[in-house]
Design a protein around this ligand. Structure first.
Ligand code: CU
Length: 618
């Protein structure tokens, strides 16, 4: 193995000068389909104290290809501490059992901070791996928590504030499976009828893109945040790989692990994608669909997972391609031709060669098959609160520069603002409105949701036309321009007091958007003392807020020698936001955007005393 590469491992915009694109013309690289598909090693579910390491590595993304990308490229990877030499850029596939108690360790052997987020998992805040759970360079992250998810295909990736896209592009991501619980009769029956031999008839497919640059002879991953450039498409870390499967019922677990692009997946025997084959959708992000749905193409946004059954019985000797039908990707969805400057084109991504049957006969005779009606799925009569989030594009002034940024509710992510307080055990309807011209994938941590309604420019869409959105539980969904998408979810477990490091995230899963602040935080409040750090105390001083009433920003004039907090209540006395202020003397802008108009009561607690004041927003 070459010596560890100590130059910057990825190029940012600041270092673009002097670096050449790997492509010199506008054409795509030639497709060869000579690289084997890598199946990441599996960490079995009985390994409850598994240990993974984020580290620097080298990876050949095109090891048998004739293209100049056939070379060792500096990268980052998660590796299994017990099997660190596995030749894969993707992390091991980690398997969890329902209700098992896990005590994993994540070691950061990089030269910079990172995190490890279990995307899709219903875990405590301290184990979520979001921006508050930083693992500094050289440090271990030791956590323990129970598995409360059932039967799902999830994944894990870094989530450090401002660094997520770079770290995922460098290679840090892996699959996370929750196995079917054997004590649930329905799920264990489903387990018995579905293919589940890992890497044989149950295949993980992680689809991503990367851009490469040549830097003084060394090819490096280029992780800048623009959209209109040359990308290599890869599955499980190899460009244009080949997979051998038996002529049996085969299960594909597909993850869009890309940071930017949506893909429109189909299967075809034709390298030009003619006459796509049917396949069966059997699971969405967070678990099985209620029944199987026959699909021809399936639009998947960054962060989304689906599981498919492909009936290959009797097809020994045939070839199928996993195909990206770019020409059918709707307007405004990043990944179609116009949003990539014409770069994205209809293209096969994976060649599947069908060999002889090796598996026992599948008991499935015909489709559709009934799958799982989750008894814990919330119903409309349980709803106790609704809230609306808006995808927007607004002008922000940052360090003197005017920037036009995608955001949620006119607010950019602030680690010290709890944007939403959700009551423990409540069932809520959230509506996500997209007022921008670009589709954004909404992802929320902690919970799974069920989409209840989509309005497109005010008119309802038919759920039967979107089984990949309405057919099963989700944690990640593409909200297209002009859509108002509503979902129902229950926020049970893991109630806490209201502190910033007890927050879960919601955000756009186009990672450059997330990194630039298209993210917010919520706390699941247990209803006890809002903040156990502070006793309420007597109101001991005044504060100056202006303008009041206000139609926009609110400023606090005053001083505090230490970090202080402001609890924001609505007219009903519900705590709806928490702000943390650094020590200051003078005027501090308060982040109150995105809250409903009306009377707000601000309760400021600082070392100097407590002040309470009313603000009217209009
Ligand atoms: Cu976005």
């Amino acid at each position: 193995m070459p010596a560890i590469y100590r130059k910057p491992l990825y190029s940012s915009m600041a270092t673009l000068l002097g670096i050449a694109f790997l492509f010199t013309s506008g054409s795509l690289y030639a497709q060869e389909f000579v690289n084997p598909l890598i199946v990441p090693p599996l960490i079995e579910a009985d390994n409850t104290d598994y240990h993974i390491i984020a580290r620097e590595t080298f990876h050949n993304f095109n090891p048998l290809g004739s293209d100049s990308l056939n070379t060792e490229v500096p990268a980052f990877a998660f590796v299994d501490a017990d099997n660190p030499t596995a030749n894969t850029i993707l992390g091991p596939t980690i398997s969890w059992d329902y209700l098992s108690e896990l005590t994993p360790t994540v070691t950061n052997d990089l030269n910079e901070r990172t995190t490890c987020h279990w995307h899709g998992a219903h875990v405590p805040q301290y184990a979520d791996g979001g921006p508050h759970q930083i693992i500094e360079a050289g440090e271990d992250w030791n956590i323990s928590f129970p598995v409360l998810d059932k039967s799902a295909t999830m994944w894990y990736h870094p989530h450090a504030m401002g660094l997520t896209y770079e770290h995922v592009q460098m290679g840090l991501s892996g699959m996370l499976y929750v196995e079917d619980p054997t004590d649930d009769p329905v799920l264990s029956f489903i387990h018995d009828i579905l293919p589940n031999e890992y890497g044989v008839d149950d295949i993980p497919l992680i689809v991503q893109t990367k851009k490469f640059m040549r830097d003084s002879g060394q090819i490096v991953i280029q992780a800048e945040k623009g959209f209109k450039d040359h990308y290599y498409y890869m599955v499980n870390g190899h460009v244009d790989p080949v997979l051998q499967v038996p002529a049996d019922m085969v299960r594909l677990r597909v993850l869009n692990g890309d940071g930017k692009f949506s893909f429109n997946f189909g299967l075809s025997s034709d390298p030009q994608g003619q006459q796509p084959n049917d396949y069966q959708l059997i699971a969405t992000d967070a678990g099985y669909t209620t029944r199987s749905f026959t699909m021809e193409t399936l639009l998947m946004a960054p962060g989304e997972r689906t599981e498919w059954l492909v009936d290959l019985r009797g097809r020994e000797g045939d070839v199928l391609y996993l195909y990206n039908y770019v020409s059918n990707i709707p307007d405004g969805v990043i990944g179609n031709s116009s949003t990539t400057g014409g770069y994205a084109q209809n293209r096969p991504l994976l060649k599947i060669e069908i060999g002889p049957s090796t598996q026992p006969p599948s008991p499935i005779i015909a489709f559709p098959i009934n799958l799982y009606n989750d008894p814990d799925r919330p119903t409309l009569d349980q709803v106790s609160n609704t809230r609306t989030k808006e995808f927007r594009q607004d002008t922000f002034i940052m360090d003197g520069d005017t920037m036009n940024l995608f955001n949620i509710d006119s607010t950019l992510m602030n680690m010290m603002v709890v944007n939403d307080v959700v009551m423990l055990d409540s069932t809520e309807i959230w509506t996500i409105n997209n007022t921008t011209g670009i589709a954004h994938p909404w992802h929320i941590h902690d919970i799974h949701f069920w989409v209840t309604e989509i309005l497109e420019n005010g008119a309802p869409l038919s759920p039967s036309a979107y089984p990949e959105i309405f057919g099963g539980p989700k944690d990640n969904v593409l909200v297209r321009p002009g859509w108002e998408l509503s979902y129902i979810a229950t926020f049970d477990d893991y109630g806490t007091d209201i502190q910033f490091n007890n927050s879960y995230m919601y955000h756009c899963h186009i990672l450059p958007h997330e990194d630039r602040g298209m993210m917010g935080q919520f706390v699941v409040w247990d209803g006890e003392n809002p903040s156990s750090n502070e006793e309420p105390g007597e109101i001991s001083r005044d504060m100056t807020l202006y303008p009041n009433p206000t139609s926009g920003d609110v400023y606090l004039e005053g001083a505090s020698t230490e970090t202080s907090t402001i609890q924001v209540f609505n007219a009903n006395g519900s705590l709806i936001r928490l702000l943390q202020l650094p020590p200051f003397e003078g005027v501090m802008q308060l982040e109150l955007s995105g809250l409903q108009k009306g009377i707000l009561i601000l309760d400021w607690r600082s070392a100097e005393g407590r002040a309470v004041k009313r603000v009217v927003t209009q």
